[in-house]
Design a protein around this ligand. Structure first.
Ligand SMILES: Nc1nc2c(ncn2[C@@H]2O[C@H](COP(=O)(O)OP(=O)(O)OP(=O)(O)O)[C@@H](O)[C@H]2O)c(=O)[nH]1
Length: 315
């Protein structure tokens, strides 16, 4: 008997993978994730990113590792960026190993829940667990009723719930059970995040994309493909109080010509400031942390035609 299985390279019976929680506003997602992880983990204080998703926290157990990732909310998309964010939400859903849908015990199942159930139903291959939250607020009889409403919600959306689990993040009831059931949906494998190991490049690409979108907004005609965005550095600001982290994000925006540089910067820098404000909000939403965004506009002459420059710009 060896301590590690051959195929997976992890300890025997050990599972690991990604989970995300969805649910309408106020469903108790954040409270649940914090309770599962045990303590508030600011994304900047531990940034073991190997996916492009913001990691909310990691549940370490003897039998496995559960990585909880954050998704921004699904919106009615009004802009291209909004559309992007929705795509991002769906991409996250499709890439995790299990989706937990939170439904509060103390509110009737409604249109908001049906909208989300319909959307996750489209992610056909990913197992879905229904989590009835805040059960400390209701009686057993009410819980029984809510459980049948949740079963009906699944049936209507053609979701086959892998599990339906009532929990309370407040009292801690059934949290351990939930973690175990989520872990059951994970593939066998070694821990995904050995402590201290970081590779956050893919996340930086995503941040770069958000900035590029914001920079192109309104000037797409003038500089269709002439903008490249490179995130030079993302580092947590030192000497910040633990509950008030700040992530410094240093970014270069490359254009091909001086004339394009002035377009991006705008009159007295007004446009660039606007781009920064807009992009920062989206980045903060994505990463779940306050961000200081430092944007510089540089000219890389004809970068689109220069293979060396293209390489440096990440193409
Ligand atoms: N009694 C009780 N209240 C809870 C529980 N979990 C969450 N709440 C409360 O429900 C409210 C919403 O919880 P959140 O965790 O912020 O919900 P959310 O789904 O993350 O909300 P959004 O960020 O708006 O999407 C908060 O006031 C919580 O304190 C629980 O288990 N029991």
């Amino acid at each position: 008997m060896t301590a590690f299985s051959d195929e997976a390279g992890g300890p025997d019976g050990y599972r690991s993978g990604f989970a995300c929680f969805v649910g309408r506003p106020n469903a108790g997602k954040s409270t649940l994730m914090n309770a599962l992880v045990g303590e508030k983990v600011a994304i900047t204080s531990s940034r073991p990113q190997t996916t492009r998703h913001a990691i909310r926290g990691i549940v370490h157990r003897d039998d496995g590792q559960l990585v909880l990732v954050d998704t921004p909310g699904l919106h009615r998309p009004r802009t291209l960026l909004g559309q992007r964010l929705n795509d991002l939400v769906r991409t996250t859903w499709a890439e995790v190993d299990v989706i937990g849908m939170c439904i509060p015990a103390d509110e009737r199942v409604g249109p908001g829940d049906r909208f989300i159930a319909g959307a996750i139903a489209e992610i056909a291959r990913t197992p879905k667990v229904a989590v009835v939250t805040k059960i400390d607020t209701i009686t057993e009889a009410q819980l029984a009723e809510q459980l049948s409403a949740v079963a009906a919600l699944g049936a209507d959306a053609e979701i086959d719930w892998a599990e339906v689990v009532p929990v309370s993040a407040q009292t801690g009831a059934q949290l351990d059970l939930l973690a175990g059931l989520l872990l059951d949906q994970m593939p066998p494998g070694p821990p995904l995040y050995p402590e201290g190991e970081l590779t956050d490049e893919p996340e930086e690409k995503l941040v770069a994309e958000l900035i590029r979108e914001a920079a192109l907004e309104g000037v797409r005609e003038e500089l269709p493909h002439s903008i490249a965005v490179v995130v030079e550095e993302m580092i947590p600001r030192e000497d910040r109080p633990e509950d008030r982290p700040l992530l410094d994000v240093h970014v270069n925006i490359y254009v091909e010509r001086d004339s394009q540089k002035s377009i991006v910067i705008g009159r007295k820098g007004a446009r660039l400031r606007e781009v920064g404000t807009q992009a920062r909000q989206h980045i903060e939403r994505l990463l779940g942390t306050p961000v200081y965004l430092d944007l510089h506009v540089k000219v890389a002459k004809d970068w689109q035609r220069d293979p060396k420059k293209l390489g440096r710009l990440g193409f």
